[in-house]
Design a protein. Structure first.
Length: 457
């Protein structure tokens, strides 16, 4: 009796376990058949890890090099040494020549370097002038022109320059100190101080007096520039007296809130993509509710319906972007009115390209759930890759090339040109507006072809 009851219980438990196993197997089949779910579960995290890892994961070796114009007008051995160190930097790509209107390679002049920085072609220029380190110099002289539209980029550039100057050649500091002292003392007092020091050291330590004076007043430049790197850090305030780092910001000096002005365009375009994709995919909701069928039963063609949906989405996009920028103006003093016409044009172009993206997702997908599953990961990847989250210049070179195939990249750059650089229509029409409008036309054409082929409506 007990044995029969035990077998019956076991059969019942086995049947329950088999049912649970089959249900788990069924869920796995559904999961692996759901392409958007697979993309969101595996592809998106992997891509975002690659993007974040390229910036933070392996130091400067995996990060892209930031371009910087370098002009060395000094023939001093020390300036040549600094130039060589910057040329071999893993964080900076030094640029010394440009292509002129006649397609000929020319060396950068100071005025040409400033022009490139002002126009946004290069973020910074470092100049070592003729009097960088003269025989009577009491400090090293640098001239630094920059455009701080990307704060992270500027911090990395300035940090690399300071590291090269401060930690690579600390042996030059005693000489600078000697010459700095002579600016406060006359030559006779300075020489008297050196002689007194030499006499005292010679008396107590038995060192030759002439050798001490020589070590205090004479320095071998070749030995200095060929010495090993120093790992000792000197005080920043002390060093700043020995190095004249003359900075001049060429762009954005009138911007009242630089931080928000830099990021507002990137975040605005990301949320615009989410909004307009949802607006475009409302076609599925209307089809499910029966609204679409009733509309098409009236004297409305499929093309008219799509055109109305397209322009409705653009209007929603324009309103959303204007509200976001107006919010930034009210709460963070972001100037949107001094170049308002250019801003409106960029908003129109960005909205048109974003709606085209939403229409393409709607045309490809077979359901609302599938459309959302496709759109969300693509928007996140485009935002991370296109500059909404980080400056594109921090990515490896190959990733910077990929970023230029996203509409977020061109929208973010266009907003920066308008809000940060105060660029007019003539400055943004090519390539920014041209590419955004091109994306809108080409992607809309592809979406329309897919709509007609699949007969979604």
């Amino acid at each position: 009796m007990a044995r029969r009851c035990f077998l019956k219980t076991n059969r019942k438990e086995f049947k329950r376990l088999r049912n649970i196993t089959k249900l788990i197997y069924k869920d796995f089949l559904r999961f692996f058949a759901d392409i958007p779910a697979l993309i969101f579960t595996f592809v998106v995290p992997i891509v975002l890890i690659i993007i974040f890892g390229s910036i933070w994961g392996s130091g400067s070796k995996s990060r892209g090099k930031i371009p910087m114009i370098l002009i060395n007008k000094s023939n001093n051995e020390l300036s040549k040494y600094i130039e060589t160190e910057l040329d071999s930097s893993s964080a900076i790509r030094t640029i010394k020549k440009y292509i002129d209107e006649n397609k000929k390679e020319q060396n950068f002049t100071i005025e040409k370097a400033k022009e490139f920085v002002k126009n946004g072609k290069i973020p910074a220029a470092l100049i070592m002038p003729k009097d960088f380190f003269a025989d009577t110099s009491s400090s090293l002289k640098f001239k630094y022109y920059f455009d701080p539209r990307n704060e992270m980029e500027m911090q990395l550039l300035q940090g690399t320059i300071q590291q090269t100057v401060f930690s690579k050649i600390p042996e030059i500091f005693p000489l600078l100190m000697q010459r700095q002292a002579k600016t406060f003392l006359n030559d006779s007092l300075s020489n008297s101080f050196n002689t007194d020091m030499a006499n005292m050291i010679s008396e107590y330590f038995g060192v030759d007096k002439d050798e001490i004076v020589k070590s205090l007043t004479e320095f071998d430049m070749e030995e200095i520039t060929s010495s090993n790197d120093s790992t000792e850090a000197a005080g920043t305030d002390f060093i700043s007296n020995l190095i004249q780092f003359d900075e001049e910001q060429l762009v954005g000096t009138e911007v009242k809130n630089p931080g928000v002005t830099r990021i507002v365009g990137g975040w605005a375009i990301m949320f615009l993509l989410f909004t307009l994709t949802a607006t475009a995919t409302s076609i599925f909701e209307e089809r499910k509710e029966g609204t679409l069928k009733r509309i098409l039963c009236m004297s409305v063609t499929r093309t008219e319906y799509l055109i109305s949906k397209y322009f409705y989405s653009i209007i929603i996009g324009i309103i959303q972007l204007f509200v976001l920028f107006f919010f930034a103006y009210i709460f963070y003093d972001v100037d949107i009115f001094s170049n308002f016409f250019s801003l409106i044009i960029v908003i129109l172009a960005s909205a048109g390209a974003s709606v085209a993206f939403g229409m393409l997702i709607t045309a490809i997908a077979d359901s609302l759930a599938q459309a959302n599953g496709f759109a969300t990961p693509v928007i996140l990847i485009m935002s991370a890759l296109g500059g909404s989250w980080f400056p594109v210049s921090l990515f490896p070179d190959w990733m910077q090339g990929v970023a230029k195939f996203t509409l977020t990249y061109w929208s973010v750059e266009a907003f920066l040109q308008v809000l940060w650089r105060d660029a007019g229509i003539s400055k943004i029409i090519f390539p920014y507006l041209t590419i955004l409008l091109g994306i809108a036309i080409i992607v809309n054409y592809i979406a329309l072809r897919i709509f007609n082929k699949k007969e979604i409506l």
